[in-house]
Design a protein around this ligand. Structure first.
Ligand code: T46
Length: 181
């Protein structure tokens, strides 16, 4: 498995190795030691799975505040997304900076997003399924978000008028959002 840094320190692309043969492929999609060997959180307590039927569906940008902050390991098992992470730590020199990576069932890439970052994605094709591990349970009380189209973030989403939940359509801008210290 290759680990590739992105333009945003702390966020990495993981490239598992797939063994392909005439039947298809086999891939180890997760190993605890990939994380413990790097001093990253390695105990994941919840798996998430979402299906977005329409292309241009945008989920995010979401994060959970302490004590339920979540690190996330994200991958796509059907379809493709433009996956985005944003540094939400005011103390970081990269506060408000973002990175976007295409994750797809075809490229099998995974995105490692540490605690302190917001996460969102926009689907690129119909019936896209995203699965991801998190290292803290869902906590509606600690759940927060920031607007996908905040001009202070300037994220280059591949869609101008995404399909949004009512919740996501009403998220605050970064300047009003509760962020990490
Ligand atoms: C996140 C979550 C949600 N839910 C329930 C709450 C709602 O009744 C329903 C849909 O939740 P929501 O609209 O927040 O789902 P998404 O918009 O896909 O949210 C996710 O989108 C971005 C991309 C993320 O990274 C987060 O993991 C997560 O916030 O599932 C749960 O029961 N458990 C959970 O862990």
């Amino acid at each position: 498995m290759n680990v590739c840094p992105t333009g945003l320190p702390g966020v990495y692309v993981l490239e598992p190795r797939a063994a392909e043969d005439t039947r298809g492929f086999f891939m180890e999609s997760f190993r605890e030691q990939w994380f413990s060997d790097r001093g990253w959180p390695s105990r994941f307590v919840q798996d998430n799975h979402s299906l977005s039927v329409r292309p241009g569906t945008l989920r995010g940008l979401h994060y959970q505040l302490p004590p339920m902050a979540q690190a996330k390991l994200v991958r796509v098992i059907s379809g493709a997304v433009y996956d985005v992470a944003v540094d939400m730590r005011r103390s970081s020199p990269f506060f408000g900076r973002w990175v976007g990576v295409e994750l797809s069932a075809e490229n099998k890439l995974q995105l490692w997003i540490p605690e302190g970052f917001a996460h969102g994605f926009c689907t690129l094709v119909p019936n896209t399924e995203v699965i991801y591990k998190v290292n803290a349970y869902y906590s509606p009380e600690c759940d927060r978000g920031v607007a996908w189209n905040d001009p202070d973030l300037g994220i280059a989403w591949p869609v101008e008028a995404p399909v949004l939940s009512a919740k996501d359509a009403a998220l605050p801008r970064l300047r009003e959002a509760e962020t990490f210290a």
